[in-house]
Design a protein around this ligand. Structure first.
Ligand code: SAM
Ligand code: SF4
Length: 329
């Protein structure tokens, strides 16, 4: 079992398989001038599979694949299929922008992916273009339809951005009336690949909830599942539910059970912290399984108490001005 020095059990790995993306969400990366990682710098699928198998033997039970956009990396589905066959892995999930995902949904179902997080900040095609700088809303909606059709659980993630999509909060909530999905609103974080981005938060979780309550005063709080990063709510008579993720105000750190591996192989024990160890380098230096396990135990043990402490200690290369696509969200 993996435990940190604060007594938290760590059993959840978020693995970013690429930094590349077919959208350019302005809160995540700049429109142009992005220095993509070179092929040699990226972990290969074989390296990721090897690390995941050792991590699972060491106590990781759940893996979420993220990016960049996972489906833009060549060979992604064969990799995912192999990953789904790892002994001891209890849950395999994906976070995707849904642009290329729809045709793969039957295969996702077949290999046992039971839940997908689909990122969608607006239902309005013009606003979608303004936010993502690409006209891809129809493909994302097709992915949503396919996921529902194949009875894969959907969490629809929307980043709430002042002056951009706050008018979308209620239409997105309205989706929960007839669809059995969880619509989750995320506070915008400063990771957009831009040093100059304001570090202050526009809309926080309180303001998001107030907006929903004005229209749906009967909304009530649900009991949050263990390790939930969202505060969860139900509107009476709705099939789905609503979540709010205080990603910037960081109220969920106390029960954090996760670590992150970037496409470069950097281990981050907190979203707001720097890299604590590079597992690709360790692997390429010929480390044995036991050495990898020992390195993981040690790194996890040192996990910071919360995102504020991690941010204060963060002097490494993954600073807050990094793009979320190099971290994985
Ligand atoms: N490309 C995939 C997608 O968009 O779902 C996976 C990677 S993306 C980095 C993972 C999640 O991070 C998405 O739900 C995205 O909305 C969220 N994200 C990216 N930048 C963010 C930011 N600055 N603040 C809050 N959430 C952010
Ligand atoms: Fe791409 Fe996801 Fe970042 Fe948007 S949030 S630019 S879809 S990686």
């Amino acid at each position: 079992m993996l435990k940190d020095k604060h007594g938290r059990t760590i059993n959840y790995l978020r693995l970013a398989v690429t930094d590349r993306c077919n959208l350019r969400c302005f809160y995540c990366m700049p429109e142009e001038g992005i220095d993509w990682l070179g092929r040699e710098e990226l972990m290969s699928y074989e390296e990721m599979l090897h690390l995941c198998s050792v991590f699972v033997k060491t106590g990781i039970e759940k893996i979420r694949i993220t990016g960049g956009e996972p489906f833009v990396r060549k060979g992604f589905m064969p990799f995912l299929t192999k990953l789904s066959q790892l002994d001891g892995l209890q849950q395999l999930t994906i976070t995707t922008n849904g642009v290329l995902t729809a045709p793969f949904v039957p295969e996702l179902k077949k290999i046992g992916v039971r839940s997908v997080n689909l990122s969608l900040d607006t239902l309005d095609r013009n606003r979608f273009f303004a936010i993502t700088r690409r006209d891809e809303l129809p493909s994302v909606l097709e992915t949503l339809e396919q996921l529902l059709h194949h009875e894969i659980d959907v969490k629809l993630n929307a980043v709430v951005m002042e002056g951009k999509n706050t008018d979308d909060i209620l239409p997105l909530v309205a989706l929960t009336k007839d669809l059995p999905i969880s619509v989750r609103f995320i506070e915008e974080m400063p990771f957009n690949g831009d040093e100059a981005h304001a570090k202050s938060l526009g809309w926080d979780h309180v303001q998001i909830l107030e907006t929903i309550k004005e229209k749906y005063p009967a909304i009530y709080k649900l009991v949050d599942p263990p390790f939930s990063t969202s505060f969860n709510y139900q509107i009476p008579g709705h099939k789905g539910n609503v979540g709010i993720i205080a990603a910037y105000t960081r109220s969920f750190c106390g029960t954090c059970n996760r670590i992150r591996l970037t496409p470069l192989g950097d281990l981050k024990t907190c979203l707001y912290g720097g890299s604590v160890l590079n597992f690709k380098d360790l692997l390429r230096s010929g480390a044995t399984e036991e050495e990898i396990q020992a390195a993981l135990y040690k790194a996890v043990n040192q996990k910071d108490l919360n995102g504020w402490v991690a941010e204060k200690n963060n002097t490494g290369r993954s600073s807050l001005s990094a793009s979320m696509a190099t971290i994985g969200g």
